[in-house]
Write a protein that binds this ligand. Structure first.
Ligand code: CP
Ligand code: NVA
Length: 324
């Protein structure tokens, strides 16, 4: 039997914790020059209907570092639901690759793929969720503070895919989560209902005053005001979200040891200023790095029955023999 990773609603706190432990172990191995080829000969398909730097490259690097190989499929070539049905694509691609990551628009497309595929399906971002991002982000927070429980993370901006997955990841790790957003950009009701069904004892905090929201925050997080597919709304959103910019004044309201996170890419001067993005409390580069380590752990978990016995592959550069 195989698993999917399409939304954090499906994850248990124990599995979430195990994934972060595994990511930390793999990262340590890598730092110490070990890259065991646990997934030698395995292949990961990547279907992307939206642009990407971090997600695509970190998945390609992740499977390569584990001894396997990625096959990139541009969305327009695949033509999901246009050239052929999602179900036909899912059944066929399952014959060729061992796992499939998809970046698309509607969450229903990811769910439909998962329904018909006979291999693990990974959500590499949909309009509703970005679970790989949120889990990797909690890895960054855990590395920074040593533990997660009891911390406070405030997401300032749109109640979008990243915000929703972060709210779920925080619930899994008992991190207090607050969404600071304009009233019209709150989480959709359907998400709130499902959240409360999954976590009946956790209040989903939504605050419209950003200054109030960030008080006592350990982590300040933001994302673009207009996500991929919403470019036509960018102008209108710039006006509505202006009071929610993460700048030095807002960061100053959080705890003195608070860190700043952003999934990137950032629109400098809009949702975040250069001063915050480039300051020493900004962890955005180690945060981006952790996408790789988390996704290696994720691939191992999803493909655990396909792991091959292996001896560690050293990644240290062999010394070149200098001429006498
Ligand atoms: N954060 C993130 O998912 O970046 P990309 O869109 O570049 O993959
Ligand atoms: N919310 C953004 C995240 C990009 C990584 C988007 O969907 O475009």
């Amino acid at each position: 039997m195989f698993r999917h990773f399409v939304d954090l609603f499906d994850l248990t706190p124990q599995t979430a914790a195990d994934l972060l432990d595994q990511a930390i172990a793999l990262k340590r191995d890598d730092r110490e020059g070990r890259r065991p080829a646990y997934l030698a000969g395995r292949t990961l398909g990547l279907v992307f209907e939206k642009p990407s730097l971090r997600t695509r490259v970190s998945f390609e690097a992740a499977i390569a570092q584990l001894g396997g190989q990625a096959i990139f499929l541009p969305g327009k070539d695949v033509g999901l639901g246009v050239r052929e049905s999602v179900a036909d694509f899912a059944r066929v691609i399952s014959q060729y690759v061992d796992a499939l990551a998809i970046r698309t628009f509607a969450q229903e497309t990811v769910d439909e793929l998962a329904r018909y595929a006979t291999i693990p399906v990974i959500n590499a971002l949909s309009d509703a969720a970005h679970p790989c991002q949120a889990m990797a982000d909690l890895l960054t927070v855990r590395e920074t503070f040593g533990a997660l429980e009891g911390l406070k993370l405030v997401f300032v901006g749109d109640g979008n895919n990243v915000a929703r997955s972060l709210a779920l990841a925080c619930a899994l790790f008992q991190v207090e989560f607050v969404l600071a957003c304009p009233a019209a950009y709150d989480f959709p009701e359907e998400f709130k209902t499902r959240f409360h069904e999954s976590f009946p004892n956790i209040h989903l905090n939504v605050e419209h005053d950003a200054n109030l929201a960030v008080r006592n925050a350990d982590v300040l997080y933001t994302d673009v005001w207009a996500s991929m597919g919403q470019e036509h709304e960018a102008e209108e959103r710039r006006g509505v979200f202006a009071p929610y910019q993460v700048n030095e004044a807002l960061l100053g309201q959080a705890r003195p040891e608070a860190i700043f996170l952003h999934c990137l890419p950032a629109h400098r001067g809009e949702e975040v200023t250069d001063q915050v993005l480039d300051c020493e409390r900004s962890m955005v580069i180690p945060q981006a790095a952790n996408r790789l380590h988390f996704q290696k752990a994720l691939l191992l978990w999803l493909l655990q029955d396909r792991v091959v016995e292996t001896t560690p592959r050293l990644v240290t550069t062999p010394k070149l023999r200098t001429q006498a």
